[in-house]
Design a protein. Structure first.
Lengths: 166, 457
């Protein structure tokens, strides 16, 4: 039923997951929350149409809103370069800060494609659907993004993936 | 590539770290996002609606303006419409539509008509009920025309393919191959083609009565590709002819040696006058009887379609030109009388006829209609009724600027009642109209996109 209650139920259930995605594609905790709240508010008008299965629509709005913000250049002007304090409390601080910093230096569409594919684990088709582009574009963006990450992190990669995963 | 594997592995391992980073995240207060989104959605919808309404109003305004400016002012005419003369003649709008007059026309003029791809010279008519419209004349060659005295027919030179290399003055004109008569009431055309190898060089076209048109043409000696300069630019073999509407073709008109019908000729009721300064001729078209006489100080053509002279049915001849002001234009007007033997009275100057450009005809037995100029700096023109005895003058039709001189008037309709002239519709340039509509649609679309993107919930 398309009502404020169903909307609130969805927000309560999926808010953290959405913020996690937003955090990955923005690289900033505050920006991530702002992005999620903006995307959710944008979905209110369409809620009667999407309330049966709202998540794909909300995620699509989220991803596209992020690109729109980047285009407006507002995003970079207001974002901060600091990682959230939660990250600072973990043991492999240097390695994760290095990866987070490298991700932030990717172009938004590249970062979004890389994050959705290799952090969220979505397929190329799902990623393309969320980003509103073709599968070929996703492949291209991911390829370019990974190459850029390799350049930024260096070939040696002393901090192994295993260390991060632990 | 070990590097690539490592990057992917590190990204995969980044997920739990992010979970830790957002561990303290809490959803906003219940109802807050819904209220925010609802307000934004309403604002967005109202803005879109406002843009749509403004665009629709502008769209309708432009359409309405185009419709109002193009709307016919007067109802459709019939052949029985009472003939009137307007007290004022307006300039013909370039985008005026073409059509069938459906009634007699009191005057015609050649003027520029605009089209989607450019402009061209076309004949516009002022009808008996005061409407303006362009006439659709098939094959119009833009080489001259003549309006019949009763305002029913328009004779004009036609273009077509000659049998050989066409003479077009290097594309500046169209090859002339014939003559046509257009019925302004019925909208029908009768054409007559002359045999020609390179095209005709038209000279004059004139109505000798309401059913007979007379003309003279020469044959170009060469076409555009002629290598001989004389052949390329010369014309020879003059032929004058008479064509009765309804007859199969034109019959040759015998004129005195080296005499042609030119734009200074005058005709009435089957009598043709060829007026030259040193010698003039009176020719009866039906019998061929020719009389020579002398009428000094004729004025040359001033380049308009108007007439320098008028011959009445009773033989009264009115000409522009005073022997005391030889060769000038404008000039005074003289009246004389002519019959089968030549001049029968000494020409006398009409008092108060100064600054006359054209003689149109008689409004009443004692009143002439003259086209005259007024004012020195901003010269205006009008058709004045001038009493030939007293010189008393009264403005009948205001012609406005120089463009008003180009009208050719139906001589038999000059006695009609004068009524207030009604301005013709002035349709907008449809290219501008379409451009404005497209601009409105584009502006509305862009405004909608801008509005729907700029707002943040």
């Amino acid at each position: 039923m398309a009502s404020p209650e169903s909307f609130e139920e969805f927000v309560a259930a999926r808010y953290r997951a959405l913020v996690r995605t937003a955090y990955l594609i923005t690289g900033n905790h505050e920006d991530a929350e702002d992005l999620v709240q903006t995307a959710l508010a944008r979905c209110v008008g369409a809620w009667p149409r999407i309330h049966g299965n709202p998540e794909p629509y909300v995620r699509r709005v989220l991803v596209r809103e992020n690109v729109t913000r980047w285009r407006r250049r507002r995003w970079r002007e207001t974002s901060t370069c600091l990682l959230p304090e939660q990250v600072a409390a973990t043991p492999d601080l240097d390695s994760r800060m290095e990866l987070a910093a490298a991700l932030r230096r990717l172009a938004p569409r590249q970062r979004t494609a890389v994050v959705l594919r290799h952090v969220e684990g979505l397929t190329e088709r799902e990623t393309a659907h969320l980003m509103g582009c073709s599968v070929g574009t996703v492949k291209s963006q991911v390829h370019t993004g990974l190459a850029r990450l390799r350049d930024l992190l260096g070939d040696g990669l002393p901090a192994s993936a295993g260390a991060l995963a632990q | 590539m070990p590097g690539a594997v490592d990057v992917r592995d590190r990204l995969a391992g980044f997920e739990p770290v992010v979970d830790d980073a957002i561990a303290s995240v809490q959803p906003p207060m219940p109802g807050e996002l819904w209220a925010r989104g609802h307000a934004w959605s309403t604002r967005r919808r109202r803005g879109s609606l406002a843009i749509g309404v403004v665009a629709a109003v502008l769209f309708l305004a432009v359409i309405s303006m185009g419709w109002v400016r193009a709307a016919p002012v007067l109802p459709a005419a019939s052949p029985d419409t009472e003939v009137t003369l307007p007290d004022r003649v307006f300039e013909v709008p370039r985008w005026l539509p073409a059509g069938i007059a459906g009634e007699s026309v009191v005057a015609v003029t050649e003027t520029e008509r605009a089209g989607w791809t450019g402009e061209s010279q076309q004949l516009a008519a002022l009808t008996a009920s005061g409407r303006y419209l362009f006439l659709h004349l098939p094959g119009y060659a833009d080489e001259g025309f003549a309006l019949s005295p009763d305002g029913r027919h328009v004779g004009y030179w036609t273009t077509g393919p000659p049998s050989g290399d066409p003479h077009t003055s290097d594309g500046q004109g169209l090859p002339v191959t014939g003559v046509a008569v257009y019925d302004v009431v019925a909208g029908t055309t009768v054409r007559h083609e002359f045999e020609t190898r390179h095209g005709l060089s038209p000279h004059g076209l004139i109505w000798s009565d309401t059913q007979t048109v007379l003309g003279t043409h020469l044959q170009w000696m060469g076409g555009d590709h002629a290598t001989n300069a004389i052949a390329a630019g010369g014309a020879t073999n003059p032929r004058s002819w008479s064509w009765l509407i309804g007859e199969e073709g034109a019959s040759t008109l015998e004129l005195p040696r080296n005499q042609w019908i030119t734009w200074s000729a005058e005709a009435q009721d089957g009598v043709l006058l060829l007026l030259e300064d040193d010698r003039s001729w009176r020719i009866e078209v039906g019998t061929g009887r020719t009389t020579r006489f002398t009428l000094r100080s004729q004025t040359g053509s001033i380049g308009t379609s108007g007439s320098n002279s008028d011959l009445a049915a009773d033989g009264t001849l009115v000409t522009v030109g005073d022997p005391d002001l030889p060769g000038r234009m404008p000039n005074r007007v003289r009246v004389t009388s002519i019959d089968r033997t030549g001049l029968t009275s000494r020409p006398r100057v009409v008092p108060g006829s100064d600054r006359t450009y054209q003689v149109l005809g008689w409004r009443t037995p004692g009143t002439l209609l003259l086209v005259r100029a007024h004012g020195d700096r901003s010269r205006r023109y009008s058709i004045d009724a001038v009493d030939v005895e007293t010189g008393e003058s009264e403005k009948v039709v205001a012609l406005g600027s120089t463009a008003g001189l180009g009208w050719s008037w139906a001589e038999d309709l000059l006695t009609a009642e004068v009524v207030p002239g009604v301005a013709p519709p002035s349709p907008m340039d449809p290219r501008v109209l379409v451009g404005r509509l497209i601009a409105i649609v584009l502006a509305a679309g862009l405004s909608l996109v801008w509005w729907r993107r700029r707002g943040q919930p």
